[in-house]
Design a protein around this ligand. Structure first.
Ligand SMILES: CC(C)(COP(=O)(O)OP(=O)(O)OC[C@H]1O[C@@H](n2cnc3c(N)ncnc32)[C@H](O)[C@@H]1OP(=O)(O)O)[C@@H](O)C(=O)NCCC(=O)NCCS
Length: 242
């Protein structure tokens, strides 16, 4: 398998520099002969894949694992994707099994025919999320989010319409849930954002009201929002253009 098209993101903490790799896989790519399940999945993943009752679940799983393998292959120096196993931990968090996996973590997300994955140094916990901006469910999702006073003030004053605004609030929170490895199985207000600032057209940055050691970044890509939660003290040398 090739790692072409995978974005290498240099990450720094003071003088310490590490690499992380961001990969994207779309439904269209799954039609390529190199993306058949046998060439993507480990034996254990194949057993999970076969056990899904619904084709949509199977396709989402394959998409996510293909993105994870694309991101992990250069990090682990492994060309044979089935030799990399991504196994769920007790909270559903993805755990990497491979002879070079010590100190390597992966975070992934799939949404409407696209999956993204970031392979990163485990010492700097990160979480990724991909949301599809959906106008028809924005009001329901906003109610579920239980926005804080600061988030409500941002919603009222931001130039963003409710649907993409909702994708920012939801995506950045979900990314933190993944970085913490718990997912969102806690009262959602706990993950509230603070200091929401537009960094560029289609880009927002900020912090977390209750998790000051983490920061987040959301980039709007067409009808999707890509969110990343990461330690406040680390810096990315550049930000990916998907
Ligand atoms: C983490 C969570 C939010 C992911 O939601 P999702 O809709 O499946 O979204 P995504 O496609 O973005 O992410 C899926 C991937 O997240 C990763 N993930 C799941 N649980 C995780 C956890 N605890 N920590 C880190 N990553 C996790 C997995 O790799 C998963 O893909 P896989 O199952 O194919 O390996 C979800 O599993 C969760 O915590 N749910 C809690 C219940 C909830 O959603 N409450 C909200 C109230 S409305």
């Amino acid at each position: 398998m090739t790692s072409e098209g995978v974005d290498q993101l240099t990450v720094r903490l003071g003088a310490t520099e590490r690499h992380s790799f961001l990969a994207v896989v779309t439904d269209a790519m799954l039609q390529l002969p190199s993306y058949v399940p046998d060439l993507v999945l480990s034996e254990r993943e194949l057993a999970r894949y076969d056990a899904f009752r619904f084709a949509q679940k199977r396709a989402g799983f394959l998409l996510g694992r293909a993105a994870a393998k694309r991101a992990l292959a250069p990090m682990l120096d492994e060309e044979t994707w089935p030799a990399i196993d991504v196994h769920p931990g007790v909270f559903g968090q993805p755990l990497v099994r491979h002879e070079h996996a010590l100190g390597v973590d992966v975070t992934l997300s799939h949404s409407n025919g696209m999956a993204v994955a970031l392979a990163y140094p485990a010492e700097w916990p990160m979480g990724i999320d991909l949301e599809t901006v959906k106008v028809d469910v924005a009001a329901t999702v906003l109610a579920e989010l239980d926005p804080s006073a600061e988030e409500r003030a941002w919603l009222a004053t931001s130039s963003l319409p409710p649907a993409p605004a909702c994708a920012v609030l939801w995506g950045a929170r979900e990314a933190l849930g993944k970085a913490l490895k718990t997912g969102l199985n806690s009262p959602l207000r706990l993950f509230a954002l603070c200091g929401i600032t537009q960094s560029e057209p289609g880009g927002w940055v900020g912090g977390y009201a209750n998790f000051p050691r983490f920061t987040w970044r959301v980039t709007q890509i067409g009808s999707r929002a890509l969110s990343l939660a990461f330690p406040r003290d680390i810096e990315f040398a550049h930000w990916p253009c998907l």
